[in-house]
Design a protein around this ligand. Sequence first.
Ligand code: AMP
Length: 144
Amino acid sequence: MTVARIMKDKGHTVVTTPPHCTLKEIVDILAAKRIGAIMVTDDVKTIKGIISERDIVRALANGGASALDDSVSLHMTRNVVTCTSHDHISHVMAEMTRGRFRHMPVVDAGILTGIVSIGDVVKIRIEETEAESRSLREYIQMGT
Ligand code: AMP
């Protein structure tokens, strides 16, 4: 199964922010949208980084509450690992495990077309496993 299957269910909406936004603004967006990470992009939607709730916790631990006035570009991760909609979900799982992160933007032909979270990956894997065991049960019952 590929990333395109996840996109089919969840759509292509990606929450983005410009690099000059403050961490306080990011906290408000994360809370309002009930998400864990936001893509940081420039005017033409080129990926500049990713900021997740973990980056904000680290910024607060290191700098105290005043870190909320910092711009997102000071705390984002710049080397973003991306996938394409043609990648297999097992590849995304392996990359998330290797890199110890829970979000992966989907980039097709240089354009940001979606974002996959670990929750999306786990959901689709559970559905896949359930479908497999259902068809195995049906197969076994046919032979009895
Ligand atoms: P997360 O588990 O996604 O909340 O992120 C944990 C850390 O990894 C944070 O420092 C994020 O900025 C970073 N991160 C999240 N997603 C990615 C990604 N796709 N590529 C590189 N770093 C990431």
